[in-house]
Design a protein around this ligand. Structure first.
Ligand code: ARG
Length: 506
């Protein structure tokens, strides 16, 4: 009998559901490390348990993380105008919705987990799919972790430094501690990780509700002054500035495609995937609009741009003795978001390594805990390196630039498949103008900052993507493997107590 990864989704304990199978293509249950004690004869099944409600919760729970509590200041700084930044906030919501609708077609057409990875495989074949998994395991997922944990740290230390700039090294240290804690949770048990996710999602909605109620209260008292000066004229926006302002805003919405990474576990995906998207993303957009208005009901523009942590300043102005509630709620929200991000990263690793696209060890699971420990540890190590070497803003630009290359690529995949697979069943078909529009916008988002203000970071990112090809040809295409790799794998297996998986989705 082989060992299995009892992975499950954020809504692990929810409903049971219908069938659909997936078997791990290249794993050899029980090889390399024999005689483990926990090997059951029946594979443990990963069920379709994500219904409509859980689907919406999964989208909303990932999207609301650090961004809405941190980014509004950055957006104001980059645009220099309340009016323009509000328009950008709303445009980001619309862009995410349109992008997600296109993903709904892709996700209902190809229902295997892994999102972009699976679509690139279908539309363009192995090399682009490999490049995606290469970049997302080495850059995208770890940088998401790094950014969210840095925001966590910023808020965790803020109450102790009373509205002045906390020392950088302290913030970084706390961010690293946060990564280690989340790694421990996810390595300890899948159930613990999903419970953390659920509880923390509820907490972040409570935080949003507090902010919105506080703002509404101020507006009723007649405090509408700061909202009446949209300042279009004072705007400092150049084309490249607007693109990077979009990066800041889109970061807050990132995660709109997260349901696509777990399609294999959605009940009745052709109905529930599009529906969750249509409910979830406008809901988040509405929350963000209300929160932005609330901030300005309580603070002036300059107070906002000066503040290092908008939500804390908001709490200090409004909540009096309860001001500690705000940083607490935000740390909880970011912690939950980081937890979900590491969780999804594990899935992606799994989807790519079952095609033989990543090191085998990254798809192994712990013998007793059934958690994909090596992949999680690997992601966390890179995230720690990024925390130590970057700042929130530089990481967000770097992340968004790279991410939008691939989001755009997914739009292209959709358009290409309309020609190459015209008769494939498409339970949900998006009007073709939508992916075309998103493709144009993502091209702008990638090109404009380079043209406007060339930075080495963009070149590194592009070079890094292409470097993937250098790895792809010998190691994946020709199946070449380094002579000492087997020894390292066995050593790591013994140290980490992990074995290959065989997973069945039921
Ligand atoms: N939008 C989230 C935030 O504001 C970040 C989500 C990270 N992305 C992800 N796919 N997990 O913090």
């Amino acid at each position: 009998g082989g060992l299995v990864w009892r992975g499950c989704t954020a809504e692990c304990d929810a409903e049971d559901g219908t069938a659909g199978t997936l078997t791990d293509g290249n794993a050899n249950p029980g090889d390399k490390l024999e005689g483990s004690d926990a090997a059951p004869d029946d594979p443990v099944h990963l069920k379709r348990r994500v219904g409509l409600f859980s689907g919406v919760a999964l989208i909303v729970g990932t999207m609301i993380g650090s961004g809405i509590f941190v980014s509004p200041s950055g957006l104001l700084v980059r645009t220099g105008s309340v009016g323009i930044s509000f328009i950008i906030w709303m445009a980001c919501g619309l862009l995410s919705l349109l992008g997600a609708l296109a993903y709904a077609e892709l996700g209902t057409m190809n229902t295997s987990s892994g999102a972009e990875y699976a679509y690139f495989m279908d539309a363009f074949g192995g090399p682009p799919a490999f490049l995606f998994s290469w970049v997302s395991t080495l850059v995208l997922k770890p940088s998401q972790m790094a950014i969210i944990c840095l925001s966590f740290a910023k808020y965790a230390v803020e109450p102790f430094v009373a509205e002045c700039e906390p020392p950088d090294s302290l913030v970084k240290l706390v961010a690293v501690i946060c990564i280690v804690m989340i790694l421990a949770v996810n390595c300890y048990s899948v159930n613990l990780a999903t419970n953390v996710q659920n509880i923390f999602t509820a907490a972040k909605l409570a935080a949003i509700a507090i902010i919105v109620c506080g703002g509404a209260y101020k507006l009723i008292l007649g405090n509408t002054r700061h909202l009446q000066e949209p300042n279009f004229a004072s705007s400092t926006a150049t084309l490249g500035n607007i693109a990077t302002a979009f990066y800041t805003g889109l970061w807050a919405y990132d995660g709109w495609n997260n349901l696509n990474y777990v399609t294999e576990e959605i009940k009745n995906p052709s109905k529930n995937l599009p529906l969750s998207i249509i409910i979830g993303i406008p809901l988040v957009t509405l929350c963000y609009a209300l929160v932005n208005v609330s901030y300005l009901a309580v603070m002036s523009v300059s107070e906002m741009t000066d503040s290092d942590a908008v939500a804390v300043t908001f709490g200090n102005r409004l909540l009096g003795p309860m001001a500690w509630l705000m940083p607490l709620a935000v740390t909880i929200s970011t912690f939950g978001s980081a937890n979900g991000t590491l969780f999804v990263a594990g899935r992606l690793c799994f989807a790519a390594s079952r095609e033989g696209h990543l090191l085998d060890i990254l798809s192994y699971v712990h013998v007793r805990r059934f958690t994909p420990a090596p992949g999680l540890i690997f992601h966390s190590l890179i995230a720690v390196a990024m925390v130590l070497s970057g700042t929130i803003d530089s990481l967000i630009d770097f992340f968004s630039f790279t991410a939008w290359i691939f989001y755009g690529g997914a739009m292209l995949a959709l358009i290409v498949m309309r020609y190459t697979k015209p008769h494939a069943p498409r339970p949900y078909k998006v009007p073709i103008i939508i992916p075309i529009l998103v493709l144009v916008v993502s091209t702008y988002l990638v090109v404009a900052p380079i043209v406007d203000k060339p930075q080495w970071e963009y070149l590194y990112a592009a070079a890094f993507i292409l470097a993937g090809l250098v790895v792809y040809v010998p190691f994946v295409k020709w199946g070449f493997s380094l002579p000492f790799m087997d020894k390292i794998t066995v050593l790591l297996q013994m140290v980490l107590e992990v074995v290959p998986t065989s997973t069945t989705f039921e």
